[in-house]
Design a protein around this ligand. Structure first.
Ligand code: ADP
Length: 531
């Protein structure tokens, strides 16, 4: 008998250690697993949002600023993450605790239990209102965070301008106003959130007081024992924190719902520019571009109207006109960054809306004013023109673009980093990288938006030479800012208010003495001295 007791006594501590060990392992496993699951969900949401943004229309990016889009990936994801982890880790436990303690109350004394539940039920409505308001306030606060991100992007991006124009103080004030607004909204949210806990605390107290009073009456009447009372108080003590935690979670859940709604609104956005069912690849035989009676508007007013012209294979046609006359819009319509609202754009007789978007865009090279450079090596930046290019092809393209020599003079040659937005390179160098990209792409159609900023004479001459080589044998549409370009163009389209008002060669149009003659006097930078 005694020896059995001893064995038991020595077994108990071991059992305790084993149980505690198992519990610890379980806690660890649960924490890791819930995190793993939550992080996987968040990554999938980010991927889905990003994939959508890569496939939606170009117009999407004009509609909402980048900061707000970025905050979907950062702030909204963080909010959803907290809620997911909390849901998995504590809300199940709290719900079970609450259910268990309520069952216990009913088992002990159903009348008292009814009273306690009634008191808590009274709180449901105000708690619901608090949660609803939290959802709305979080939306507003998140918008503000997006606004701050956008503002910082803008200010840091323009840091050179800010410094040279001594705008530090003005920008500091602007940023501080945005930070203050964020604080104010955060505080509002905190005030609202802070309401639910004290409310439940008071209710807990009221419930306890009610229990004590009623219990006194029922014990005196012999309906209840003192033991039942202690059990009851214990159950209320366990139920209150669980209810409080669930209510806190409810507020959090509402905030997360607001974030999830924003995330899914983005994921579910319709794409208007996509392939028609059964669309075939564009077959470029010669590269004839044809705009027939094209009209387009971004909003109410038309950006271009009645635009009809043809660029024959191998021709270079220059677009000229005051700013806002529709030159960029014509550029946007060819690779279907936007779809025409009237008329049609055709390449070799095929409507651009009837062919696959990928095949359409792969037959077009765009060389824009601002060469889009990524913070990667020079080699990889050129390779963006065609992913399958070999090193030798990249080098050849660079030679053609008069970029090889300056690249070789860089500390790491082709492996030199271009810096953020190509910041390690000069304007002329960036343009030549963009040209190298176009050489590599070797597309039959070239859209060229000439730089308005003047380059130094040597760079200018090199860029012009490279452009001539690039244009050879291709159909070229160019937004012209250089005298040399308009002189060499096969035709010039002079635009005003979205319409073509004059067509002809440089000399003809100058002689005509109309819009073009006026513009060419004002606008074109001579490159004579450069060549
Ligand atoms: P250009 O390139 O000749 O300066 P654009 O083609 O950019 O002219 O602009 C033509 C017209 O369309 C202008 O009135 C301009 O304000 C308008 N516009 C251009 N882009 C947008 C846009 N993303 N949203 C709304 N309107 C735009």
């Amino acid at each position: 008998m005694q020896s059995r007791d001893l064995t038991l006594i020595s077994l108990i501590p071991i059992a305790v250690i084993v149980i505690v060990g198992l519990r610890a392992a379980g806690m660890w496993g649960q924490a890791v697993m819930t995190q793993a699951l939550a992080l996987k969900i968040l990554r999938d949401l980010q991927s889905a949002m990003f994939a959508k943004l890569m496939s939606v229309d170009f117009a999407r990016f004009a509609r909402e600023d980048v900061g707000r889009l970025v905050s979907r990936f950062t702030n909204d994801i963080t909010i959803v993450g907290y809620a997911l982890v909390r849901a998995a880790q504590t809300s199940l436990r709290d719900s079970l605790t609450l259910i268990g303690s309520i069952a216990m109350m009913f088992y002990l004394d159903w009348v008292l239990a009814g009273v306690v539940i009634g008191v808590f039920a009274l709180a449901a409505r105000p708690l619901g209102a608090i949660a609803k308001r939290a959802r709305k306030q979080t939306s507003i606060a998140q918008e503000q965070i997006g606004h701050v991100t956008a503002l910082l992007n803008e200010i840091f991006g323009a840091s050179r301008f800010v410094k040279t124009y001594s705008l530090e103080r003005r920008e500091t004030e602007r940023a501080n106003r945005a930070f203050e607004e964020q604080r104010r909204l955060g505080m509002k949210l905190a005030h609202n959130r802070a309401r639910s806990e004290p409310l439940l605390e008071i209710l807990g107290g009221v419930a306890l007081a009610g229990v004590l009073y009623l219990a006194g009456v029922r014990i005196a009447a012999g309906h209840m024992t003192l033991g039942d009372l202690f059990g009851m108080i214990g159950a209320v003590g366990v139920a209150t924190p669980a209810a409080r935690s669930i209510s806190g979670f409810n507020t959090m859940l509402n905030e997360a719902l607001a974030a999830v709604t924003r995330i899914f609104t983005l994921i579910d956005e319709p794409e208007t520019i996509n392939d028609k069912p059964g669309a075939k690849a564009l077959a470029v035989k010669e590269g004839r571009i044809e705009f027939s009676d094209v009209g387009f508007s971004y909003g109410e007013a038309p950006a271009v109207e009645n635009v009809s012209f043809t660029v024959e294979p191998g021709e270079t046609v220059a677009l000229v006109g005051p700013s806002g006359s529709g030159k960029s819009t014509i550029f946007n319509l060819l690779p279907r960054l936007y779809d025409v609202t009237h008329g049609a754009v055709r390449i070799d007789g095929q409507d651009v809306r009837d062919v696959t978007v990928v095949s359409l865009r792969s037959s077009i090279s765009l060389v824009a004013q601002e060469a889009a450079l990524f913070n990667d090596t020079i080699r990889n930046n050129i390779a963006l023109g065609r992913a399958s290019a070999t090193y030798a092809e990249i080098e050849e393209a660079a030679r053609n673009a008069a970029a090889h020599d300056f690249i070789m003079a860089l500390p790491n040659g082709y492996d030199t980093a271009a810096g953020e937005r190509g910041g390690n390179l000069s304007g002329g160098e960036r343009q030549r990288i963009a040209l190298a990209r176009a050489f590599l792409r070797d597309a039959p159609i070239l859209l060229l938006d000439e730089a308005t900023s003047a380059l130094d004479a040597a760079s200018e001459a090199q860029v012009q030479d490279a452009l001539k080589r690039l244009s050879k044998g291709r159909t070229v549409l160019v937004i012209a800012h250089r005298l040399a370009t308009v002189r060499d163009a096969d035709r010039i389209l002079a635009l005003e208010n979205g319409r073509i008002v004059e067509v002809g060669r440089h000399d003809e149009l100058v002689a005509k003495g109309g819009l073009y003659a006026r513009l060419s006097r004002l606008q074109f930078q001579s490159t004579e001295q450069a060549s």
